[in-house]
Design a protein around this ligand. Structure first.
Ligand code: ADP
Ligand code: MG
Length: 625
């Protein structure tokens, strides 16, 4: 028996490998199974051109056997096997991939399914094993060989007995140490779950002997242990199946099995892209919000497979933030993986896929909005905030993608409407898209500021989400119509009342100035209102910052001193105004009291906190006694 040293570079690489390339020990099984699958693929490709070899599907499989007593785990395949030279070259030289060479030689035969390429996966076995024994018989050689290694020190190779073509790899699993347990790699259920996780869609059966309890024959309460061979993987991935073969239930079942969510998906999107980048994907739009969706803990992303082998659980690069609610998976054979196959080498392919996916999701949502309004509204109630956030974020970069997907509650329709719908039914004389902000629909409905716009017969969009006003500020305009708050200084209405209220304003200049001085630091101006019909007062704003935005900004940490420029508007046609006027002429103290009361009322209507509630109630008492 000859003992050979690994080549010097190999030795260092092996140590590095064992200690640092992979983040999780469990992937050794993924690597060994992938190699076994490659080995069977190779027979399949040889059989394509060699009439002496018949590829009978039943004879090709991978078998996993764990033995707790001897602490061994065996991975056996009926693949192409290795000759003595191949054992030396492919296992003895690290970073040499027989599979890559095979792919190059067989390009004409469409060998793209083969997984291996870096020539390091095999060594991941040393993460969990003290020693590795490979017994292999090649399809082309006559004798079998045994390759054995305890890691960095080198390996031995000698002839041995093996009847069938194929490879059997036996790992002597490490003993537990103080910080690491290796026992799990001998546990049936654990092995099964690792196989399911990474290798479920390997195209050949992965078999295991599994024990279970079964009722003893002839008894109805006595059980016996039985061992049965089971195929652990599902082999044909649903995403490789033809859409026409699949029913909605199949997609729902996959969603369930994969635990993408506990709800039923609202919609699925099955993509088979064959263009510039080749990939398959199954994406879902969930029905309800995951409990942690709007929290920091939530991680967006899709499962990423390379050739049916799971590479990443949550690949976040595949989804833009505004579509972070989408669940599902992507499988591609054109990804450039890095050496540990955990990360991607270049992200060009991935970027292409991401872009492609994004436009598919968008068009799916659009057609849902068009053809399945009810479903869309359900979706929008759950995730609309995220879309609106998308309009706002990144300086409005995505607004074109998203502006036709967002909806707001309409004062007229009493339901969610799109901007397109709003604009398409605007009367000719209406110049702006009007909106009103507030905590809830009920509250906005009672906002005095909305009266005039509503009286004009114009539709008003109700903004109840924090993000709404920020989002439309970012949009600026939709179809050349700008947005206008019903609380903004100038409503932009062709207004007959204008002259009348200008006149009132002039006549009562002193009163308004007096009131403004009473409210110094609280409001910028007091003015005769053009918009109020039946209500006595309201607060409006001048400039960019609205009262709602002020509230939201103030609620944020380190907000500093944000202040909207507020204007207190008094309805000159309300009885209160007459009382105010006569108080100003005869009793300044009373005028001051009325001013404070009216201001505080306006605060209450806006849902703003009173600076001094006790004083407010005292003031009310003063007018009662
Ligand atoms: P890769 O799979 O990236 O090529 P590995 O380190 O996993 O690298 O494997 C190295 C080489 O060893 C493979 O390319 C293949 O030629 C050979 N090999 C490994 N396992 C087997 C196997 N079970 N049957 C046949 N050949 C194998
Ligand atoms: Mg490999």
């Amino acid at each position: 028996m000859e003992k050979k040293q690994f080549q010097a570079e190999s030795k260092r690489l092996l140590e590095m490998m064992i200690n640092s390339i992979y983040t999780q020990k469990e992937i050794f099984l993924r690597e060994l199974i992938s190699n076994a699958s490659d080995a069977i693929d190779k027979i399949y490709y040889v059989a394509l051109s060699d009439p002496n070899i018949v590829f009978d599907k039943d004879n090709y499989f991978i078998k996993i056997t764990a033995d707790k007593t001897s602490r061994t785990l065996t991975i056996r395949d009926t693949g192409i096997g290795m000759t003595k030279e191949e054992l030396e070259n492919n296992l003895g030289v690290i970073a040499k991939s027989g599979s890559l060479a095979f792919k190059k030689e067989n390009q004409s035969k469409d060998g793209h399914d083969i997984i291996g390429q870096f020539g390091v996966g095999f060594y991941s076995a040393f993460m969990v094993a003290d020693s590795v024994t490979v017994i292999s018989k090649s399809l082309t050689g006559d004798s079998a060989y045994k390759w054995e290694s305890e890691g960095a020190e080198g390996y031995t190779i000698e002839p041995c007995e093996k009847d069938e073509v194929g490879t059997e790899i036996t790992l002597k699993i490490k003993d537990n140490t103080e910080d690491e347990s290796y026992d799990e790699f001998l546990e049936e259920y654990r092995l099964k779950s690792i196989i399911k996780k990474y290798s479920d869609f390997i195209r050949y059966p992965i078999k295991m002997d599994v024990s279970s309890k079964r009722l003893k024959e002839g008894s109805d309460n006595e059980f016996e242990d039985v061992r049965e061979e089971q195929t652990v993987n599902s082999m044909v991935p649903i995403w490789r199946k033809n859409k026409s073969e699949l029913k909605t239930e199949d997609y729902e079942q996959f969603y369930n099995e994969k635990r993408y969510g506990f709800d039923k998906p609202l919609k699925h999107i099955h993509i088979s892209a064959d263009g510039a980048v080749v990939y398959q994907a199954i994406l879902y739009i969930p029905e309800s919000i995951p409990y942690d969706y709007y929290s920091k803990e939530f991680e967006k992303g899709l499962e990423l497979y390379a050739n049916g082998v799971l590479i990443m659980n949550k690949c976040s690069d595949l989804l833009p933030d505004y579509f972070s609610f989408v669940k599902g998976m992507v499988d591609s054979e054109s990804l450039s993986l890095n050496i540990s196959r955990e990360l991607l080498q270049h992200d060009r392919q991935l970027k292409l896929i991401a872009k492609n996916i994004q436009s598919k999701i968008k068009s799916q949502l659009q057609s849902m909005l068009k053809d399945e309004r009810e479903s869309y509204e359900k979706f929008f109630k759950a995730f609309g905030r995220q879309l609106k956030f998308g309009v706002y974020s990144d300086y409005g970069m995505h607004k074109d993608v998203l502006q036709d997907l967002i909806m707001f509650h309409s004062s007229k329709e009493k339901k969610l409407v799109t901007l397109e719908e709003y604009v398409s039914r605007m009367p000719e004389d209406q110049k702006f898209i009007y909106y009103a902000s507030g905590e809830s629909i009920e509250r906005i409905e009672k906002l005095p500021q909305a009266e005039l716009v509503a009286d004009k017969g114009y539709e008003i969009l109700y903004f109840t989400d924090d993000i709404d006003e920020f989002a439309v500020k970012m949009l600026g305009a939709y179809k050349e119509k700008s947005f206008k708050s019903v609380s903004s200084g100038d409503l932009g209405l062709e207004d007959e009342q204008k002259d009348e209220s200008e006149a009132t304003q002039q006549e009562n200049k002193d009163l308004f100035e007096y009131m403004a001085s009473q409210l110094a630091g609280k409001v910028k101006e007091v003015r005769a209102s053009k918009r109020l019909k039946s209500h006595p007062v309201c607060l409006t704003t001048e400039g960019d910052l609205s009262i709602e935005m002020e509230k939201i900004l103030k609620a944020m940490p380190n907000s500093g001193d944000v202040q909207a420029d507020k204007v207190l508007e008094i309805n000159p046609n309300h009885g209160v105004f007459q009382s105010l006027k006569s108080a100003y002429e005869s009793d300044k103290e009373k005028a001051a009291l009325y001013t404070a009361l009216l201001y505080n009322q306006a605060l209450l209507i806006e849902g703003l906190p009173l600076q001094d509630p006790v004083e407010f109630t005292n003031d009310i008492c003063k007018i009662m006694v």
